[in-house]
Design a protein around this ligand. Structure first.
Ligand code: CP
Length: 317
């Protein structure tokens, strides 16, 4: 199908029976496929920069990001604006959190203003669910504690599906700080639901007790189709890592040497933010023949456009 044909095709018949989107756990394989298919439509639309639509005209999206973000917050804002919505952003610095205001009261304040959709990022597990219980409008997770980053997992899945034409049967090695990574958790869940073979690898002290986890990088990378590097989430760690950055890079950082164990056509991913020279080699991250990192960022906008479209359908009726 040509790109123009994809744009013209009506995309109103997708079934997505969810009021909020907080977790990949809540989606089945059909929901995920529906979201990715709709996101394909928005990949095309996002590239047609002069054609911002009026689909969400009159809709107000509030981004409540009480933990810092570069990619996710901007991506949600870009997605909402491409669809014609108004966006309000509340970050840690601009909020009254330092004056003692609780998360619950912040959400109640936002809710009393009658927004049409709220995106929540917070360091506490379950914060987005708490917001969804307090708000009448749909809530989207923009990253929740150590457990959930559903739109990042969708962006990564769309990136892989576009590159390989499928998710089923792919071997995906997720490497780094698995224990504290919400990206790892959401990706493992999504990829396994879609029939991929997921292996997680990293230092023992950063590995949760999962059947797919190993500290043997050679085993994890062996014949992998895709290798995802994750940063060490120092802000979530109770104890300092026993390895220096240099020791970590030598043992667990993704570089050309370790990629020799993967499939010859293997690709590299990273959800950002990156610590170059720690979890990923600087040159490899920028190698367009191997690295899909820029594509992940672009796909993030498309999947968030799809999520905003689906979750605002009721308020647009
Ligand atoms: N991938 C991701 O969550 O990055 P940010 O923390 O910059 O949003």
């Amino acid at each position: 199908m040509t790109q123009a044909a994809i744009v013209k095709k009506p995309v109103t018949k997708i079934t997505f029976p969810h009021h909020d989107f907080l977790s990949i756990e809540d989606l089945n394989a059909d929901d995920i496929t529906a979201l990715l298919d709709l996101a394909e439509h928005y990949v095309v639309q996002n590239r047609r920069k002069s054609q911002t639509t009026a689909m969400l005209r009159g809709i107000v999206v509030v981004n409540v990001f009480l933990e810092n973000s570069t990619g996710t917050r901007l991506s949600f804002e870009m997605a909402a604006k491409r669809l014609g919505a108004e966006v309000l952003n509340l970050g840690v610095e601009g909020s009254s959190i330092y004056k003692g205001e609780s998360f619950t009261d912040i959400i109640r304040t936002v809710g009393a203003m009658l927004p049409d959709l709220v995106v929540v990022r917070h360091k506490k597990n379950g914060a987005a669910l708490e917001a969804a219980r307090l708000l009448d409008c749909p809530v989207l997770s923009g990253g929740d504690g150590t457990r959930e980053h559903p739109t990042q997992a969708l962006a990564d899945a769309l990136t892989l599906r576009r590159h390989f034409g499928r998710l089923e049967g792919l071997k995906v090695a997720i490497c780094g700080d698995i224990m504290h990574s919400r990206v790892a958790h959401s990706n493992i869940t999504l990829l396994q639901k879609m029939g991929a073979n997921v292996v997680c690898a990293g230092p023992q002290e950063l590995l949760p007790a999962l059947p797919c986890a190993t500290s043997d990088m050679t085993e994890a990378l062996k014949d992998a189709d895709a290798v995802m590097a994750l940063r060490i989430q120092k802000e979530r760690m109770e104890r300092t890592l026993s390895l220096t950055d240099a020791e970590y890079f030598h043992a667990f950082g993704i570089d050309e040497d370790k990629m020799k164990h993967a499939s010859p056509a293997a690709v590299v991913l990273h959800p950002g933010p990156m610590n170059r020279g720690v979890e990923i080699d600087n040159a490899l991250a920028d190698d367009d023949r191997r690295s899909l990192i820029r594509t992940q960022i672009e796909m993030g906008v498309a999947v968030r456009m799809a999520c905003l479209d689906l979750l605002t359908r009721n308020s647009r009726r």
